[in-house]
Write a protein that binds this ligand. Structure first.
Ligand code: AMP
Ligand code: MG
Length: 413
């Protein structure tokens, strides 16, 4: 019997993102609290930034024509600290001015104090010739009135919070946080803290996936309900899925989606809704599943994503598939992370039928080193590495080859 070809990531991902209808109930949040949230509305400026022409130096506001030659002596007639507004400046006059203070009417240049000599308290000698417009920051050079400062779908970062604040916005309209129910399957799993390492029963392992999955969901703006560990039983799995569907936008599970007899996730999702995707041509991460769990009482359905149990498979499929999906639920315009071309400082002589994601680290020579053990169970590879090589199916790599690199820092930001 020939098995059907696995679905490719390039084929599955656009389809998956098309399933993610943007959550509609927008929220107003304090600009202080908006880091990492996705703008549900464009931000348009009602004012110019800076509001007036102002000085970019501590020094003297002058009329450039008065200082065409070095050595001009001017009368100091006013003092303009930041936060105040000066009076008109006449010919032959200078105004003592400080960084950020508005340029007084009549002045058209600033001389920095290092280029001046004070002569007593009310006169200044300008030692250099002064070009028109020198050291003036123009009104609107940062933001003009009516400009779209941030577009809808922007995932906010600290610089953007500052920019929003600079146009006076104390609140921003953002997409709601996706409500995600997270649970692990596996009778072998034990929570750290529940049993000491020396007391672990034979066959037991600690639940590691739950820790990085929860952290990654939270970084992506999700509200996580941690439903703990669900036993490897059909009824328990069905019950957990059914209950979670009612109150969440997405159910995310790890483990139990392979082909073993103890893998109950797939039949449970099929019993409660539909399984639309199962198995992708990627390594690690082949058993990835997507489906919908019906909310019986509400006549709607909750998204379901099932990640493989092997920690590295879980980690990588989260970044490849769950991350863009939860960003799409928030209406983010940017859901993908760029690949950078880099040089392999390693050999990978065995081509795989599946597209591979190899854990690597940038070295001091500007190339990539490979973690020696690429097993999907070895989580050290993800902690040691600072990204992956996205290696096409059927491709070997020789030292010196150009490969596509994706950095964890960018992916996890
Ligand atoms: P499964 O996908 O359930 O067949 O699990 C594949 C492998 O991943 C098995 O060796 C499991 O013990 C391991 N595994 C499953 N879930 C977790 C988890 N939450 N944390 C660490 N290892 C896990
Ligand atoms: Mg299992």
């Amino acid at each position: 019997m020939t098995r059907p070809a696995l679905r490719s990531l390039d084929d599955a991902l656009p389809w998956l993102l098309a399933q993610a209808r943007v959550l509609t109930a927008t929220q107003q949040v304090s600009t202080f609290e908006a880091d990492g949230r996705v703008l549900a509305q464009a931000v348009i400026s009602a004012l110019q930034v800076p509001p007036q022409d102002n000085s970019s130096m501590d020094g003297y506001a002058v009329r450039a024509a008065d200082c065409a030659q070095p050595g001009a002596v001017l009368r100091v007639t006013q003092r303009i600290p930041a936060g105040t507004y000066g009076t008109p400046l006449n010919q032959g006059e200078a105004g003592r001015i400080f960084t950020g203070a508005p340029i007084p009417p009549g002045a058209d240049a600033v001389v920095m104090q290092e280029d001046c000599e004070a002569l007593g308290s009310d006169q200044v000698k300008v030692t250099q010739a002064v070009p028109l417009g020198q050291w003036i920051r123009r009104s609107g050079e940062d933001v003009t009135r009516g400009a779209t400062v941030l577009t809808q779908g922007t995932r906010l970062t600290p610089a953007e919070l500052g920019l929003a604040a600079s146009i006076g916005l104390a609140h921003l309209t953002v997409a709601p946080r996706p409500r995600v129910a997270l649970f692990s399957t596996g009778d072998e799993l034990v929570m750290p803290g529940a049993v000491a390492p020396e007391a672990m029963a034979p066959g037991a392992i600690y639940n590691s996936n739950r820790f990085f999955l929860r952290a990654m969901l939270q970084r992506l703006g999700c509200e996580v309900t941690d439903l703990g560990i669900v036993p490897d039983q059909r009824e328990a799995t069905v019950a957990a899925l059914r209950n979670a569907a009612a109150q969440h936008d997405l159910i995310l599970t790890s483990g139990g989606v392979s082909v073993g007899e103890e893998d109950h996730i797939k039949p449970a999702v099929e019993a409660l809704g539909e399984l639309n995707l199962w198995q992708l041509a990627i390594k690690p991460g082949k058993p990835f599943a997507y489906g919908k769990v019906n909310r019986e009482a509400q006549g709607s359905a909750c998204h379901f994503m099932g990640l493989p149990g092997n920690p590295v498979s879980s980690f990588v499929t989260f970044l490849l598939l769950v991350r863009p999906f939860v960003l799409a639920l928030q209406g983010a315009t940017q859901t993908q992370v760029a690949r950078t071309e880099m040089t392999a400082h390693f050999d990978w002589p065995r081509a795989d039928k599946r597209r591979e994601f190899l854990r690597v680290k940038r070295n001091a020579q500007g190339g990539l080193d490979l973690f020696p053990n690429q097993s999907s169970g070895v989580l050290t590879s993800a902690a040691w590495g600072d990204g992956v090589v996205d290696n096409p199916a059927g491709q070997t790599i020789a030292k010196g080859d150009t490969v596509r690199f994706v950095s964890f820092a960018e992916w996890l930001a």
